[in-house]
Design a protein around this ligand. Structure first.
Ligand SMILES: NC(=O)c1ccc[n+]([C@@H]2O[C@H](COP(=O)([O-])OP(=O)(O)OC[C@H]3O[C@@H](n4cnc5c(N)ncnc54)[C@H](OP(=O)(O)O)[C@@H]3O)[C@@H](O)[C@H]2O)c1
Length: 311
């Protein structure tokens, strides 16, 4: 089978498409034919070695955490899925490797794909949706009718977070580039701000939750627009100080997404009910994937997720 691998941390130059033996699933695993896998910024952060504390030192490594596909083989004793089931799921950073024709996934990090969404859409859900659920529900304790600010509301995490916030009838203020205003409105954002022209601090508004998916809001300043019991959510901690701050402050939360079965199941239910739908901006095949990763890492603007398909 064909799979993108690398033998040491570094730039995109380390990546190559190798022909390797199809893996065999262990007792708690399943072999899946990958139909689609989506790209996330974390993929190049892992490849560069930035997250080696979590991704480990064993090589060769694969790349990609999100997948959707068809169950080909069950590990011994597994009964949750039948061969031929359509599924989606997530690989933890250490086991990344979904940019491949086949993948072995943990049975408990795989769920059935709702019939009303495509493999491409399903392959976008785990990382961004899991992060958004952990942030808004578990750390932010989002409640009905709250005022929520989402910085980066049309980005990967931001656009799913917006849709999840709307399931709580939140009033969402979203910050994105001016070109994406119409998309933000379609996603449900009530007040759209262009980050080049408008300043959220001039709105005279206080928020229950500020979800900074971009990582460029200062908590010190953001506190001035947080309600008394408001919570600031950061998914881009930049250093130990940020992490320490997150540990001691009840209003400032750092999120390191550890996607679990319950998140995948909830994302499947929300998708089946038509309440969330990932936006896809670009579809490439496995041969084009390294170049697509490279362009995204260099800052290419794609409105919606970039998805790798195996046809
Ligand atoms: N801690 C975790 O567990 C975790 C989980 C997932 C993601 N992350 C991190 O979170 C970040 C976002 O991930 P993602 O998948 O959402 O990335 P993404 O799809 O690239 O989205 C980033 C968004 O930020 C917007 N943006 C850029 N400059 C901005 C500004 N000055 N003000 C407001 N918005 C701005 C971009 O909008 P335009 O294109 O319109 O400029 C883009 O839509 C990445 O760094 C990723 O590694 C962390």
């Amino acid at each position: 089978m064909r799979k993108i691998i690398y033998n040491q941390y570094g730039s995109n130059e380390e990546l190559n498409i190798a022909n390797i033996e199809e893996p065999s699933p262990l007792a708690d695993e399943i072999l899946i034919e990958v139909k689609a896998a989506s790209i996330n910024p974390v993929d190049w952060k892992i490849r560069s070695g930035e997250l080696k504390m979590m991704s480990g030192a064993r090589f060769p490594k694969g790349i990609g955490c999100d997948f959707a596909g068809i169950v080909k083989k069950n590990g011994e004793g597994n009964t949750k899925f039948k061969v031929g089931d359509h599924v989606f799921g997530w690989l933890p950073y250490k086991e990344a490797g979904t940019f491949s024709e086949f993948v072995v996934a943990k049975e408990n990090l795989t769920v059935k794909k709702p019939e009303n969404i495509s493999f491409e859409e399903a392959s976008c859900l785990a990382m961004i949706g899991g992060t958004a659920l952990i942030a808004l529900k578990e750390k932010g304790k989002i409640a009905k009718n709250q005022e929520v600010l989402i910085n980066g509301c049309t980005g990967g995490v931001g656009h799913i977070a917006t849709q999840i916030a709307k399931t709580f009838d939140a009033s969402v203020t979203g910050i994105c580039s001016g070109n994406n205003t119409e998309t933000a409105k379609k996603l449900g954002v009530d007040v759209v701000l262009d980050y080049k022209k408008q300043d959220v601090y001039q709105l005279n508004k206080q928020f229950d939750i500020i979800f900074d998916t971009v990582g460029n809001l200062s908590y010190k300043k953001a506190k001035t627009i947080l309600k008394k019991k408001g919570i600031f959510l950061n998914i881009n901690p930049t250093g130990l100080l940020d992490i320490l701050h997150g540990l001691i402050s009840s209003k400032y939360k750092i999120i390191m997404a550890n996607v679990k079965n319950e998140h995948l199941s909830e994302l499947a239910s929300l998708s089946a009910a038509g309440k969330i739908k990932p936006l896809i901006g670009k579809i490439v095949n496995l041969d084009e994937a390294i170049s697509a990763l490279s362009s995204l890492e260099k800052g290419e603007k794609v409105l919606g997720k970039t998805v790798i398909t195996n046809g």
